[in-house]
Design a protein around this ligand. Structure first.
Ligand SMILES: [Zn+2]
Length: 102
């Protein structure tokens, strides 16, 4: 599988296999992931099985990423980034500040 990796990190889009999912995954959500990070298989919030949305991953620079986060927040999305294995920290939106198994 080819992935663009000029700079920054790719954004993967996920949606629940069996809708509706939860507040995080019901409309699909985006995750910034390192190129060597395995694809998510379960929603980090509700554990629903996820599928990767079709289409090539988008690659954004830091500035574009900030714009993207504000865009997401304006539309009521909550985005999380993984801080360590099994733990996620909110980057934008109205959801809980962190999710994971602390
Ligand atoms: Zn979910």
């Amino acid at each position: 599988m080819m992935q663009a990796h000029l700079y920054g990190v790719p954004i993967h889009e996920y949606a629940p296999v069996d809708p509706p999912g939860c507040a995080l995954c019901c409309y699909g959500f985006e995750r910034l992931q390192r190129i060597d990070e395995p694809a998510l298989e379960q929603c980090p919030a509700c554990g629903a099985a996820l599928r990767r949305m079709p289409g090539a991953p988008q690659v954004v620079s830091g500035e574009a990423h900030r714009l993207r986060e504000s865009h997401l927040a304006r539309h009521g999305f909550t985005q999380y980034r993984r801080t360590r294995k099994g733990h996620y920290e909110k980057t934008t939106g109205d959801g809980p500040d962190t999710i994971g198994d602390d």
